[in-house]
Ligand binder design. Structure first.
Ligand code: UD2
Ligand code: MN
Length: 362
């Protein structure tokens, strides 16, 4: 015990001066630090306040467009009574699949009307395919986007063959003269190039959405704004129940459209897709570039641009998907789940319409 006290006394006398010095230095260092810190943060906040008021406009959130529905009376949705339980109405990435009974067109029409925008429908009628225009346009006038502003963009090598149809108010036929190609496959594929080109040059200034369809078709029931979304595709009527392995995706590795056997969600049809002009531009540009890359390798995908579209949708998931109601072929019968047939394939004699023989449409 004694030894311990003695030792402490010895040590404290030895280190007295440095100890006192240290004890004085510590508070002054702390004070100095606090002063610096407070001075710094004050200065910093002054600077950032100045920067922010310079960088940002303060009225950005004022005067935003508002969509406000009027009073509407309709059956309320019910958590335990889904309108459809016989079909898939939502993908795993939460994109709705559009079927009859799942939407209220009155709400959607009102919302769309208040957005004050319009729809461009792109149709290609090259060489003999002009024969399909009359029926296509007449049925579109009855069923397509009724009550909304529509521009029919008709890509053709024969503008003089466009039938003279009077369209309803707010609707317009816009002929776009384009070149033709000898092979039907080339004509079909080049649609990607032409849509992307015109999206950049023209459509982006004229319409909000683009809907891109085949011309050998007729509308037979309502096709309205329920189909519109950032980017949408349509389930091909021949493959809605098929397993992945049965999808006719491009399976050759050499093609840009190649999809491995363990990937893919649906088989989408080449004859009906769309979205905002910006999204359709991105889609068609990418597909066209892939088609050109294949061409350089002397490859053509098994289902031309439809194969490339399917590849695109594996890695850029559509934000909405149209059920086969939106693309049906009467040769496929009348399955129970199909409550409406909205857009139907017109029977065609493939050999006659795609080559130089004379054509007699049914
Ligand atoms: C309903 C559907 O999903 N159809 C697709 C399917 O064949 P389809 O047999 O339906 O192809 P198709 O003969 O209708 O050709 C596609 C489209 O290209 C245009 N065209 C074609 C040839 C011609 O001489 N003039 C002309 O204007 C026309 O708009 C036609 O609708 O596969 C094609 C690619 O192989 C396309 O992906 C189609 O979109
Ligand atoms: Mn077709």
């Amino acid at each position: 015990m004694d030894y311990g006290r003695k030792r402490i006394r010895e040590l404290s006398s030895k280190y007295r001066i440095p100890l006192i010095f240290g004890l004085c230095l510590l508070p002054s260092l702390m004070l100095g630090y606090l002063w610096q810190a407070s001075k710094g943060s004050w200065l910093n906040s002054k600077i950032s306040l100045l920067c922010e008021t310079q960088r940002y406009k303060t009225d950005l959130l004022d005067g935003l467009p508002e969509i406000e529905l009027p009073r509407m009376v309709y059956t309320k949705p019910h958590i335990f009574k889904p309108p459809r339980n016989d079909v898939l109405t939502m993908t795993p990435w939460y994109a709705p699949i559009i079927w009859e009974r799942t939407f209220n067109l009155e709400i959607l029409n009102e919302q769309f009307r208040q957005r004050n925008t319009s729809i461009g429908l792109t149709i290609f009628a090259i060489k003999k395919y002009v024969v399909f225009l009359q029926r296509f346009l007449e049925t579109a006038e009855t069923y397509f986007m009724v009550g909304h502003r529509v521009k029919y963009y008709i890509f053709t090598d024969r503008p003089e063959a466009i039938p003279n149809i009077t369209v309803k108010e707010g609707r317009e036929i816009v002929p776009l003269r384009v070149q033709n190609y000898p092979r039907w496959q080339e004509i079909s594929m080049r649609r990607m190039e032409m849509i992307s080109h015109y999206s950049q040059q023209r459509f982006i200034h004229e319409v909000g959405f683009l809907v891109c369809v085949d011309v050998d078709m007729r509308f037979s029931d309502s096709v309205g704004v329920e189909i519109l979304s950032e980017v949408f595709g349509t389930i091909h009527p021949g493959f809605y129940a098929a397993e992945r392995q049965a999808f006719t995706y491009e399976r050759r590795l050499i093609s840009e459209a190649y999809i491995p056997r363990d990937e893919g969600d649906f088989y989408y049809a080449g004859g009906f897709f769309g979205g905002t002009v910006a999204e359709v531009y991105k889609l068609t540009k990418k597909c066209h570039e892939a088609i050109m890359a294949d061409k350089n390798k002397n490859v053509e995908a098994v289902w031309q641009e439809e194969s490339h579209l399917n590849k695109y949708f594996v890695y850029h998931k559509p934000t909405k998907i149209l059920s086969p109601e939106y693309l049906w072929d009467n040769n496929l019968g009348n399955p129970q789940f199909l409550k409406k047939k909205r857009f139907l394939a017109v029977p065609k004699n493939h050999a006659a319409i795609r080559n130089k023989r004379n054509l007699h449409l049914k």
